[in-house]
Design a protein around this ligand. Structure first.
Ligand code: IMP
Length: 439
């Protein structure tokens, strides 16, 4: 193994999620001993392809298929059913990751999913188009200090006492939220029994992960922190209210794991050759024509979690510049350049025009963004190639890339002012060019 100069590495998506982080994390995880998630829940969808076989994760860190130690930090919200489904799937496939779960992560209950759907209906135009996994309502309870944490599930007395209160509150909320005569049909005792059972099964994995991770850093262990969603979907710096409820940018690592900012060595952002997003909200570079269809099919742009077709558009370097600014990434990885092949010319959005003026910085406010007209530059596109050809190029390295791709990469580097260290031109782990070593 190469000697590590950096011991803690953070990988986050720089836009609206689905940047191909799963693959990049999987690639970098081979150099790590511990892979950690720090935010979100099973709203995430990470696809990793190894030797032609696809593995899909929603909750567990992608390092799971490398039998690493994997950690679910305190910043997550956990649906225990999904947790055990993924663990069972891994066991069946012959993987045996060493899992640690934070005692302070919050638990998703059936009423969270129910309320997620009802609130979305009430929001009308402001609906984010959530994954309906109960993510927002669970974070909401966390912040209002009504939530139930992993630790609570391990003690029947504590759990019952907290759960009975929250259950009653949610029942009242349900009655005020629902416009129908539908009855609240959740069975309190059944849920208590089921979740105590989950707690019992979880016990073996539960520790103080902040202590564990800080100790691991003291011992010089190599740790990779894996983001879910993307910077522009985050609760603070994303397009509010059309995003998710967790802290998705690199700063979320500290809050979501208990590892301090000075202990983080390197930050990598993942971008893709074009833009995509699922759910509501303005998307200035969105395409709705044949090119959109072509990109969607070539990039398999359908949600890993919901199966929804993703909205696609030209790369939005103006919003990415904002993401690069807040994260202050050391370097970037770009994915899916092969999926943009055959589109000629390609456009790159380098600014937004609002009310006849070019904006200085990306405006977070969705009301402004929806009125912005993207400012584009155009570049020649590159030819489509059969998958084996992309793999052959990846093996040969950066110099073997078609010149037009190199020009595209150079232009992105120039505009974002950050190096593209990893270039991905196919779904497999091996279809990747490391232009500059990350560790
Ligand atoms: P929630 O996270 O389910 O509350 O959904 C809020 C918004 O974030 C919706 O627009 C979702 O489509 C989007 N979202 C959540 N998770 C992901 C993800 O992993 N990739 C892309 N979009 C996501």
């Amino acid at each position: 193994m190469e000697t590590k100069k950096n011991h803690t590495l953070v990988v986050t998506g720089a836009s609206w999620g689905d940047e191909g982080k799963g693959k990049i994390v999987d690639l970098l995880a081979s150099g790590a001993e511990i892979v950690v998630r720090f935010q979100g829940g099973n709203n995430a969808g990470h696809t990793v392809v190894v030797k032609g076989k696809k593995y899909k994760f929603h909750l567990l860190p992608s390092g799971a298929i490398q039998n690493k130690t994997i950690v679910i930090g305190n910043g997550l919200v956990i649906d225990p059913k999904v947790l055990f489904e993924e663990l069972n799937m891994l066991k069946k496939e012959g993987f045996n990751p060493n899992l640690k779960i934070s005692e302070n992560a919050h638990i998703i209950f059936p009423f969270h999913n129910l309320i997620d759907g009802l609130e979305e209906e009430e929001k009308g135009n402001y609906a984010a188009g959530t994954t309906m996994r109960g993510i927002g309502p669970t974070y909401c309870d966390k912040m209002s200090r009504f939530g139930i944490r992993v630790y609570d599930l391990l003690d029947e007395k504590i759990f019952r006492s907290k759960f009975e209160k929250i259950f009653e509150l949610k029942r009242k909320m349900y009655k005020t939220l629902v416009n129908t005569d539908k009855e609240w049909d959740l069975d309190k005792e059944e849920i208590i029994k089921r979740y105590l059972d989950h707690g019992n099964k979880m016990k073996q994995y539960v520790i103080n992960t902040a202590f564990y991770l800080n100790q691991a850093i003291d011992e010089g262990k190599v740790i990779l922190f894996e983001g879910a969603q993307g910077a522009l979907l985050g609760i603070d710096h994303g397009m509010y209210p059309f995003g998710t409820s967790s802290v998705t940018w690199s700063g979320g690592v500290c809050a979501g794991t208990g590892v301090g900012p000075t202990r983080i060595d390197k930050l990598i952002g993942v971008i893709k050759a074009y833009t995509s997003r699922v759910g509501g909200g303005p998307l200035p570079t969105e395409l709705n024509d044949n090119i959109a269809h072509q990109i969607r099919e070539q990039g398999h742009e359908y949600g890993t979690t919901t199966g929804r077709p993703r909205r696609v558009g030209w790369i939005d370097l103006f919003s990415l510049k904002y993401a690069v600014m807040i994260n202050h990434y050391d370097s970037l990885a770009i994915t899916l350049l092969d999926a943009l092949a055959g589109v000629d010319p390609v456009k790159l959005c380098v600014g937004y025009n609002y009310n006849g003026e070019s904006l200085k910085t990306w405006p977070i406010q969705s009301e402004i963004i929806e009125k912005c007209i993207p400012e584009y530059i155009e570049m020649p596109g590159w030819k489509n190639l059969p998958p084996e050809e992309w793999s052959r190029i990846a093996k040969k390295g950066y110099n073997a890339l078609p010149d037009k791709i190199k020009d595209y990469v150079d232009k992105i580097e120039e505009i974002l002012g950050t190096e593209l260290a990893i270039i991905s031109i196919g779904p497999n782990r091996s279809d990747t060019i490391i232009k500059k070593s990350i560790w």
